[in-house]
Design a binder for this molecule. Structure first.
Ligand code: ATP
Ligand code: MG
Length: 257
């Protein structure tokens, strides 16, 4: 049965989609069956997987509305064993349209249920807001990975996110775990990275992944070629870090091992 991991932070531009795509790719290269669900109307994970959003026949929006079953929306990526449910522009309307649905926080969870036996990991790329879409991701998830950019005020946003996760655990999904806090775009030569990383580790201790993701231009370039870093530049420092992170996740989650 798949472990569902929501990649979540209400703050924008912290590395959620980059993490979702590259972790998914390395999970598959490690022999795990991985599915990435793009739950962000921006569709960055979809584009980064090389899927054009212009001519999508199906997407997660139609799954959430109950128009098609989730397995009918699955696309293959360039990597064997790494599949994608893409997000079209329509997803922007889902927030409003789901608002009146019965059990509206449980829609994604229900849709993913039949897929759990087909994958070892299902990753969900969340939008940069704690809205109904993100709530659906956190209710569907067993675990959450929280990318945090090492910058000023990083801790503040993190505290409010963890509070919200606590509430979701109390009210909607008691089995939700914090899979880990991931330091992203680090540059350990810079004082700010060292200070923020030190502070996050002092506060959250074992919750922080040993692996941090360095700022690496190759990671920033690869989405525009529609390729995960393992295809774009497997020898880059970014590729190395995401490969290590993925091993850490496999060990921590223990799923499909
Ligand atoms: P949003 O909240 O808008 O969905 P996000 O949290 O998904 O953003 P990404 O899209 O993954 O963040 O990253 C934001 C930008 O930073 C992108 O242009 C991405 O290519 C770049 N980026 C991500 N990680 C790194 C990194 N380690 N080094 C350099 N650039 C990075
Ligand atoms: Mg994103």
């Amino acid at each position: 049965m798949a472990t569902v991991i929501a990649i979540c932070n209400q703050k924008g531009g912290v590395g959620k989609s980059t993490t979702a795509v590259n972790m998914g790719a390395y999970l598959a290269l490690s022999g795990k069956r991985a599915l990435l669900v793009d739950l962000d109307p921006q569709g960055n994970a979809t584009t980064a997987c090389g899927v054009s959003r212009a001519d999508l026949a199906t997407d997660i929006y139609r799954v959430l509305l109950g128009e098609i079953p989730a397995d009918a929306a699955i696309l293959k990526t360039k990597i064997e064993g790494f599949d994608l449910i893409p997000a079209s522009l329509d997803l922007a309307a889902a927030e409003r349209e789901l608002a009146d649905a019965p059990e509206r926080e449980y829609v994604l969870r229900g849709a993913c249920e039949p897929l759990r036996s087909r994958y070892d990991f299902i990753l969900v790329d969340c939008p940069p807001a704690l809205n109904l879409l993100s709530m659906n991701a956190l209710v569907a998830a067993d675990s959450t990975v929280i990318p945090v950019q090492c910058e000023y005020l990083a801790l503040e946003g993190l505290n409010s996110l963890l509070k919200s996760i606590g509430l979701i655990r109390q009210r909607l999904n008691p089995s939700l775990r914090i899979g880990g806090i991931l330091l992203t775009m680090t540059d350990f030569r810079a004082n700010l990275t060292r200070e923020v990383a030190g502070e996050v580790k002092r506060f959250f201790k074992d919750l922080v992944f040993d692996t941090a993701i360095p700022r690496n231009i190759r990671l920033a370039e690869s989405p525009s070629f529609g390729k995960p870093i393992c295809l774009y530049d497997p020898a880059s420092t970014g590729a190395f870090a995401y490969r290590l992170l993925t091993q850490e996740v496999i060990e921590k989650e223990g799923a499909g091992a």
